[in-house]
Structure formats: structure tokens, C-alpha cells
Design a protein around this ligand. Structure first.
Ligand SMILES: [Zn+2]
Length: 109
């Protein structure tokens, strides 16, 4: 394993780092719960942070090109160590449910 487990809630430091970047510009991992009890993970890339998105949109109303402000892809295993993300949720469901509530605004739009 390239990244070592450093927490009782994540499989490795790389995943923990990406979870901590949720909502910021650049690459992150967000946790979603679109259906009750269905906790999922999505790798997300943002051109601008969630906090700055409205400011950015207000400054470019006449821009004649399309810009992808964010893109997400669902993942089932940790991209770094390969650990099953479903298994992580089973170990600490309350932690991931709380993260899903915290990350919900980053999943909109
Ligand atoms: Zn991992």
C-alpha cells in the first residue's frame, strides 16, 4: 500500500486529504446521500471553489462560451490504495452520514 492508513475513518491519508478539500477549487472527494442510507463517494474537480461560484457567475454573464465549473465521477474504491469505500461506510456510518450532510451543498448544480 502506497498510502498508509492514518485514521480510523479513512483507508489512507490521500483519501482523508481529498475529503478535507471538498468544496474547494481543484480536486476533492465528496460524500453524497441522495437516497436515504445510500452513501456514495464522488471525485470532484472544481474550476472555482463552491464559495466563489456565485461571484464568478455574476462576473461573466455575457461570456459566449461554455465553462465547466465542476465535474464529478462516482468511485467505489479509493483511487490511491484500492480499499472498498462501501466497507469504510460500514465501519463508521455516522461519520460518513455527517460528511454527506456537510458536503451536500457541493453536490448541487
Ligand atoms: Zn485509500
Amino acid at each position: 500500500m502506497f498510502w498508509k492508513r492514518n485514521s480510523s475513518t479513512t483507508c489512507c491519508g490521500a483519501l482523508l486529504s481529498l475529503l478535507n478539500c471538498a468544496g474547494g477549487n481543484g480536486l476533492s472527494m465528496i460524500v453524497t446521500e441522495r437516497e436515504p442510507g445510500e452513501i456514495c463517494f464522488e471525485m470532484q474537480s472544481r474550476a472555482v471553489s463552491w464559495r466563489d461560484e456565485d461571484v464568478f457567475r455574476a462576473q461573466i454573464p455575457s461570456l459566449a462560451i461554455s465553462i465547466n465549473l465542476k465535474t464529478s465521477i462516482r468511485v467505489k474504491c479509493c483511487p490511491w490504495c484500492g480499499h472498498s469505500l462501501r466497507a469504510l461506510v460500514k465501519q463508521t456510518p455516522d461519520y460518513y452520514r455527517a460528511l454527506a450532510r456537510q458536503h451536500a451543498p457541493f453536490d448541487k448544480g
